[in-house]
Design a binder for this molecule. Sequence first.
Ligand code: ZN
Length: 383
Amino acid sequence: MRSIRRGDTGVAVSEIRSILVGLELLAETDPDVFDDALEDAVRAFQQSRGLGIDGMVGDETWGALDAARWRLGSRTLFHSVPDALVGEDVRTLQERLLEMGFDTGRTDSIYGARTARAVAQFQREVGLVPDGSCGPQTMKALRRLGRKVVGGRPQWLREAEAFRQSGPNLVGKTIVIDPGHGGGDDTGVVVPDGPLRWNEADLVFDLASRLEGRLSAAGMRVHLTRGPSPAAPMSGSERAALANSLGADLLISLHLDGHSSGSAEGVATYHYGTGNGLSSTVGERLANLVQREIVVRTGMHDCRTHAKTWDLLRLTRMPTVRVDLGYLTSPVDRERLIDPMFREQIVEAILAAVQRMYFPVERDVPTGSIDVRQLRMALAEKG
Ligand SMILES: [Zn+2]
């Protein structure tokens, strides 16, 4: 089309004018005339969009103006292929997400894969289905958050935010390993095996000690909640208080399970959550990583991850998971758990999960595929 320029009149001019007024580049004046003020506004608009600045509205500038019409919330945004959605609403969304610490890349007004991924991350953190599209539900969450962000970050993003800011490196992070039970009569699950008696408290302490060595070697500060034979049992709230006082970045609690049926077997991981949407998102991510790494590396039966409100999960101020590493009452699981080589495999899996927690999402690798040394080198490279 012919460029619309100074001196022109008509519907197209009033259309351009109304878009520029909406963008606050122009005060409302004579609606139908392309005057000097309108030309200035067009130049300002062209400059802000990186277009050629000629003060006239040709095809390119018109396309940009058309996209600029969209107000965030007036349509559902999604990653459309091959033609991505473009518009002012996308730009506004990208700016909001960036302000909140989500990586959308450039604020280029284009709803591409990276923006969709940032939206999915936001959705996950506010307990929505992480589908990467921005519809009414996500808009509602953004609006709610928009108000809260003024007076400081909302509580449910704080944990995730603190975690993100702590950087992609294990070195210097504090992790608390909590071997379950121990102390007095609290031995956890006990299973007689011929002349032997296997008990949960001793086996998880062995696992915790191995893990302590591996995590320390990776540069983390590691604390155990108890020694091999503490004088008195410790409650979940006491363990949580200890981890809080240490200012830990992560807590992993180790248990074994038991059941009256010998056929119950497998590994399960627990994170804080009420089961109806309210969940520690970082805890849930850690739980998923721990669970998947163990299942893939050991082939143990997958009893999945679950949200629980147990004291240890609820009272800790850092992402916390509890993993039940198989059933001591299962002949299959027990046979493996009493083998130190198998316990090393579990330790390797948990180490890989912790490493992946601090590995940028976009550089994450398939479960079970991490050679921990390679990962450490990649992280060191990254600085
Ligand atoms: Zn236990």
